[in-house]
Design a protein around this ligand. Structure first.
Ligand code: F0G
Length: 482
């Protein structure tokens, strides 16, 4: 795909698929959007899709399925035990990931629950490149804590370092020695590190991590939810792997880990999740937990139709023409926003484009949630729903004090093969207008704060009447436009 050259010079992300089923969208007027975001407690998770034009909340469960996935769903074998749908998924996992044992689970966080329960004890420490919200919640539930060991440049958003998801090997050694091997049940590496802007790790870094894991006899766990995209960026950016296939790269990464888990909502454009390994001892430690929390071992709480879609989707992760679509659109979106001066995470990663709210809203103190405020303001002026990835998504410490997040990002997810280029251009148009009027955005405060994963259902309100003023400015500049 990257081999296509354009006569007019502008490099555009060219779709290698055609649209055959469509869903009508609604762009409701700003007055309705104002009511909707107030009703949603200024939390984009709580908006109804009837009020959303472009749903850029997440790629989870929203990637477009292929015709082959939909077709496969019709051959689903409804059986509580021994379903042929599971047999097909099992073959796909063996072929693509090269792992002998597979435990199906209903989604990624269910895998995290089982892994943490099976391998963690109270007081344990889990070293990792960076946390994901649900994984952190499970570690805390099990009485442990995490250490994030990214290289120093990883949170410098303007740095063009190609592998910001790498673990700093010196920090890893130091972490193990300081905490003691006996307190570290496993090291976790997350493919395409979600919360720092969908940034990949390199294979050479994973090899180094493996060497350290072997030296101390510690297990290496890979979160493979965004594995295809990490593999694609390895092929683009890591010299030694340029000539290899996606399959080679995926097998290499998966082969370096003792245990691999994934959210199929992301990895295979379906629903569900899984845990796989070649080690029988690890499999046996987790096996009993699947019927307890998920369902029988041949469906794991996933509908058999989705299992069929997962099996086909597993093979499709090997297709560079499919995997490249979302990263190419993200690159276009990031570069277009940057060209209008908007502070964005670079280099462009995967999953979505990430706007740096700390810079965009530098006038909003972090305890008034600049990324949450930006997400709400952007929805108001565009009908586009992004996701806050900042302090609202963080937690409080044992004294109830806010732990301010390392980053304040507005994530604009670009699910696979869902949006068109004109829609992406609309995103750029509206965010540029908002950037020019950024001083009008104000802060937020909690009015309802759930104790766990508060960002999902938490309710907030504006610190003053800034949303009303922003709406009035929109009307002044755009007239009666939607
Ligand atoms: N790991 C990673 C890297 C993820 O991005 C996610 C989900 C999970 C685990 C949990 O999987 O949702 O199937 O339970 N990420 C979604 C997102 C929610 O929007 O980024 P799940």
């Amino acid at each position: 795909m990257s081999k296509i050259k354009f006569h007019l010079g502008e490099e555009i992300p060219l779709e290698l698929h055609k649209v055959r089923v469509v869903q009508k969208l609604h762009l409701v007027p700003i007055e309705r959007r104002f009511e909707a975001i107030k009703e949603a407690g200024f939390n984009t998770f709580r908006l109804s899709t009837k009020d959303v034009y472009l749903d850029m909340l997440t790629d989870s469960g929203t990637n477009a399925m292929s015709d082959k996935q939909i077709a496969a769903m019709f051959q689903a074998d409804d059986a509580y035990a021994g379903s042929q749908s599971f047999a097909r998924l099992y073959s796909a996992v063996q072929d693509v990931l090269g792992k002998k044992f597979l435990l199906p689970v209903h989604q990624g966080r269910a895998a995290e629950n089982i892994i943490c329960r099976a391998f963690m004890k109270k007081g344990n420490v889990i070293p990792m490149n960076y946390h994901f919200t649900t994984f952190l919640a499970h570690v805390l539930e099990n009485g442990g804590k995490i250490e994030e060991l990214l290289c120093d440049h990883a949170l410098d958003f303007s740095s063009d370092h190609q592998f910001k998801g790498n673990i700093d090997i010196n920090k890893l050694e130091e972490c193990i020695q300081r905490n003691g091997v006996e307190n570290i049940p496993f090291i976790r590496m997350e493919a395409s590190t979600n919360l720092i802007g969908g940034q990949p790790f390199s294979i050479s870094n994973m090899m180094d991590v493996r060497r350290v894991a072997d030296k101390y006899g510690i297990m290496l766990v890979l979160d493979a939810s965004l594995l295809g995209e990490n593999a694609y960026l390895v092929k683009q950016r890591e010299e030694q792997w340029k000539e290899n296939t996606m399959g080679d790269i995926i097998k290499m990464m998966v082969g370096l880990a003792d245990l691999v888990y994934f959210s199929a909502r992301k990895l295979t454009s379906s629903r569900g999740g899984g845990i796989c390994t070649n080690r029988k001892d690890l499999y046996q430690k987790m096996e009993a937990l699947v019927p307890l929390f998920e369902g029988f071992l041949t469906y794991g709480g996933i509908s058999v139709r989705e299992i069929e879609a997962m099996a086909v989707g597993m093979y499709e992760t090997l297709d560079e023409d499919m995997i490249c679509q979302s990263p190419m659109f993200i690159k276009y979106l990031v570069e277009s926003m940057a060209s209008h001066g908007i502070p964005v995470v670079t280099p462009p990663g995967v999953l979505g484009a990430h706007v740096n709210a700390m810079d965009f809203c530098s006038h909003i103190p972090q305890n008034q949630y600049p990324a949450g405020a930006l997400a709400a303001a952007f929805y108001l002026v565009s009908g586009i729903r992004g996701m806050e990835r900042g302090t609202i998504s963080s937690v409080r410490d044992e004294n109830g004090e806010e732990i301010l997040a390392d980053v304040e990002l507005l994530r604009l997810a670009v699910p696979r093969r869902v949006f068109t280029l004109s829609q992406v251009k609309y995103v750029v148009d509206r965010i540029t207008w908002l950037y020019e009027n950024r001083n009008m955005i104000g802060g937020l405060k909690f009015v309802y704060e759930p104790p766990v994963l508060r960002f999902f259902m938490g309710g907030l309100e504006a610190t003053d009447d800034w949303p009303e003023r922003l709406m009035a400015k929109f009307r002044k500049d755009f007239g009666d436009s939607l």
